[in-house]
Ligand binder design. Structure first.
Ligand SMILES: Nc1ncnc2c1ncn2[C@@H]1O[C@H](COP(=O)(O)OP(=O)(O)O)[C@@H](O)[C@H]1O
Ligand SMILES: [Mg+2]
Length: 401
């Protein structure tokens, strides 16, 4: 029997697994309207038959550089369809790191059967120019992770591409877009940027927690079965990934939680991603949770009681309010035969626990608009782990007082 494979492709939680891939290009980007508009402004020229554009996009890993370029080129092709014949060659220079290889790929993207053996760089580009002119096609060359090529082969190919129309027989044959991580830019690349024009340089910031939440929500809507996740699910995932600002990470978290949930379905389970599904990956993602757990050791006995109250709820819920904390804290105090501290003191402990990085807080308006309330969550720890450590430490800590 191979029933252990039953869950593969069952689709109880994940309806479209391919949409959880990093390479999947969504129909729309979320939360990058300003940057899309800025990029479009650099390409305003391309609508006319002799126009070409240049742009350099830099930003940290997972800030959406690649997907920005891909969706932009796709949308531009659609926008200009019938007006100007437009082709796109998006080359990742990490996989093709020499100028020769990159040139071959550009040529092949345009004409897959083109013989390139024995051709020099110059000859390949001549051949490319001839094809483009013959078919009245404008080509957008996107050199992604261009630093790899610059490091291996220098900027020869860039200048040849920029000079492609120097024969004066045509103009606006090629637009060029360079993409690189900001941190790996060194003097060489800075010189390249200045050749492209400072004003054509777009700097993309890392994502905020809200940006990551929007991306996780979009992927969940696209890939998962409706009803298997909630707003709280995507929020907690975003909070986990917040420190990195990396969209890839939040998608990875979403996909790993959904997979775990899919694999534990047995016909009786509720088809919903739980807090445990979200935290289960800490084994692989957070390297040494064991040592990190020690952050709670220095809390006072009262602080521990407050944190234990939080863990009790966050074991099963993505987030809780201060009101919830207060109620559960009263229960925990009773259990440990302690007199509960005042409301204000409770807040002080909560703040302290937040400063230790154990919980995250967020102020949100109450649905219906009646005031604001503080939500707490525990994105970086498994609440059950913290709880058992506290239960171990608390009796001793209370005796010591
Ligand atoms: N604004 C966005 N809207 C939707 N998906 C996004 C957005 N930004 C990034 N992504 C997704 O996040 C992942 C990482 O983005 P990517 O473009 O590969 O980042 P980078 O190239 O900057 O490292 C990709 O799967 C991409 O589709
Ligand atoms: Mg990229």
């Amino acid at each position: 029997m191979v029933d252990y494979l039953d869950r593969i492709g069952a689709g109880l939680i994940i309806a479209h697994p391919e949409r959880l891939d990093f390479d999947f290009v969504p129909e729309e980007l979320v939360g990058r309207e300003d940057i899309q508009r800025e990029l479009a402004s650099k390409f305003s020229n391309v609508a006319n038959p002799e126009g070409a554009a240049r742009a350099v996009i830099t930003g940290p890993v997972g800030s959406g550089k690649t997907v920005l370029a891909k969706t932009f080129c796709r949308d531009l092709q659609r926008h200009l369809s019938g007006k100007r014949e437009l082709k796109v060659a998006h080359i990742n220079c990490r996989n093709a790191s020499t100028s020769m290889r990159v040139a071959q790929r550009i040529l092949h993207q345009f004409d897959p059967g083109h013989p390139d053996r024995g051709l020099s760089l110059g000859e390949m580009l001549l051949s490319l120019r001839k094809m483009l002119r013959r078919t009245s096609t404008h080509l957008i060359v996107v050199l992604d992770e261009v630093d790899h090529m610059l490091r291996r082969s220098g900027d020869e190919l860039l200048y040849q591409l920029l000079r492609i129309d120097e024969d004066q027989e045509g103009t606006g044959t090629i637009s060029l877009m360079l993409i690189s991580q900001e941190q790996v830019l060194d003097v060489l690349e800075t010189a390249v940027i200045s050749k492209f024009g400072q004003s054509n340089h777009l700097r993309i910031p890392p994502y905020t927690v809200d940006g990551l939440e929007a991306i996780a929500r979009q992927r969940a809507e696209l890939a998962l079965v409706p009803g298997t996740w909630s707003d709280a699910t995507v929020r907690l995932l975003a909070e986990r990934a917040a420190g990195s600002g990396d969209a890839r990470r939040v998608i990875e978290y979403l996909s790993s939680a959904a997979e775990r949930c899919e694999f534990r379905q047995d016909g009786h389970t509720e088809q919903v991603i739980t807090v445990e599904d979200i935290h289960a990956m800490s084994d692989t993602v957070a390297v040494d949770t064991q040592t990190r757990l020690e952050v709670v050791d220095d809390l006072s006995a009262q602080g521990m009681l407050v944190l234990l109250a939080m863990c009790r709820r966050l074991r099963t819920e993505e987030s809780m309010t201060m009101g919830d904390v207060e109620r559960l804290y009263a229960v925990v105090c009773e259990e440990y035969e302690q007199k509960p501290k005042s409301h204000t003191t409770l807040w002080k402990y909560a703040k302290q626990i937040e400063q230790e990085g154990v919980i995250s807080t967020r102020v949100a308006t109450v649905p219906g608009g009646r005031g604001r309330t503080t939500h707490l969550s525990m994105p970086h720890f498994l609440p059950a782990d913290i709880a058992s450590r506290l239960e171990l430490l608390l009796p001793k800590r209370l005796r010591r007082k």
